[in-house]
Design a protein around this ligand. Structure first.
Ligand SMILES: Nc1ncnc2c1ncn2[C@@H]1O[C@H](COP(=O)(O)OP(=O)(O)OP(=O)(O)O)[C@@H](O)[C@H]1O
Ligand SMILES: [Mg+2]
Length: 250
C-alpha cells in the first residue's frame, strides 16, 4: 500500500493536485481510496461525485449513542458504519472525514477510528489524502502516517513559509515519511520558475513538479465543472499525469 498525503497552505491547489492524482492513479489501479481530510471538504466536487455521509457524522453518532450500546462491540459498530460511508465511485472509493469534533472528549472514538482506518486502508493499493493546511492529522488526528507527503505551494510568501514549516514539523514530530516533495502551482513565468527552484534547493525539498498557471483550470472553476474533466492538452493535466507516474512506479 502506498499512501500519499497532499498538504500546503490554504488555496494553493491541494484539492486540484489530489483530484488529478486520484484520477490518474485510478486509471491504473482499481484499489484506490481517496480521503478528503479537509474540514472544508470539496474533494468530492473536484472529482465530480456525491457523498452522503462523513466520518465526522459517524463519530458524532458514536459519541451520542455510545452509552446505549451496552456490550455491543463498538469497534465492529464503527467499522460497519465506515463501510456505509465509503462512496464507491468511478474506479475508486472516497471517504470524507468532515468537520472536526465538537465539545467533549472524543479520545475514545478517535482511537477506535484510528484502528479501524488502519485496518480499512490495508485493502487498498493507493490511498490519496487531501489534507487540511498543516500537519494536524499527523500529530494528533486519525491519520497518523503516510509514505509520501506532497506539499503544494504557490509563489506567495505564506505559501512558501507554510511549506518550510511543514518540512520542519515532520522533523520535529519525528514522522518517518519515505519522502517529502514539493509541487509548485500557478507558476506564471520563467522568473517564478527560477525562484521556486532556488527555494527548493535552499530548503532541501525535492521539487517534484512545476504546474503552470492554467486558464483552462480557471474556466472549469468558473463553470463549476469538476477538475478531472480538464482538457487533456492543458499543462496542468499533462504534468499531473507525470506526477502520478512517480507513485505508480512505487
Ligand atoms: N494551476 C492553476 N491555474 C489556475 N488556477 C488554479 C490553478 N490551481 C488551482 N487553481 C484555482 O485555485 C483555487 C484553489 O485551488 P484548490 O481548491 O485546489 O486549492 P486548495 O489548496 O485545495 O484550497 P483549500 O485550502 O481552500 O482547500 C481554485 O479555484 C482553483 O481552480
Ligand atoms: Mg481543498
Amino acid at each position: 500500500m502506498t499512501t500519499v498525503a497532499v498538504t500546503g497552505k490554504g488555496g494553493t491547489g491541494k484539492t486540484l493536485v489530489s483530484a488529478l492524482l486520484i484520477h490518474f492513479i485510478s486509471k491504473k489501479s482499481n484499489k484506490v481510496l481517496a480521503v478528503d481530510a479537509d474540514p472544508d471538504s470539496n474533494l468530492a466536487d473536484a472529482l465530480g461525485v456525491e457523498v452522503e455521509k462523513t466520518l465526522g457524522e459517524i463519530r458524532e453518532l458514536f459519541q451520542t449513542s455510545r452509552d446505549e450500546m451496552g456490550t455491543m462491540n463498538k469497534e465492529q459498530w464503527l467499522e460497519g458504519k465506515i463501510y456505509e460511508a465509503i462512496c464507491e465511485c468511478k474506479g475508486y472509493d472516497l471517504l470524507v472525514m468532515g468537520r472536526p469534533e465538537g465539545e467533549g472528549c472524543y479520545c475514545f472514538a478517535n482511537s477506535l477510528l484510528r484502528g479501524v482506518l488502519k485496518k480499512l486502508t490495508r485493502h487498498y493499493e493507493y490511498v490519496v489524502i487531501d489534507s487540511e493546511a498543516g500537519l494536524e492529522h499527523f500529530s494528533r488526528k486519525t491519520i497518523d502516517s503516510a509514505d509520501y507527503v506532497l506539499i503544494v505551494t504557490d509563489m506567495s510568501k505564506k505559501g512558501l513559509a507554510t511549506a518550510k514549516r511543514i518540512k520542519e514539523l515532520t522533523k520535529e514530530l519525528k514522522l518517518n515519511f519515505k519522502d517529502i516533495m514539493l509541487i509548485a502551482n500557478r507558476i506564471a513565468n520563467e522568473a517564478a520558475e527560477q525562484r521556486i527552484k532556488k527555494f527548493a534547493d535552499e530548503e532541501g525539498i525535492k521539487l517534484l513538479e512545476i504546474l503552470p498557471y492554467d486558464e483552462k483550470v480557471v474556466e472549469l472553476d468558473l463553470k463549476g465543472i469538476p477538475i478531472v474533466n480538464l482538457d487533456e492538452k492543458s499543462g496542468v493535466y499533462r504534468r499531473m499525469s507525470k506526477v502520478a507516474e512517480v507513485f505508480l512506479k512505487g
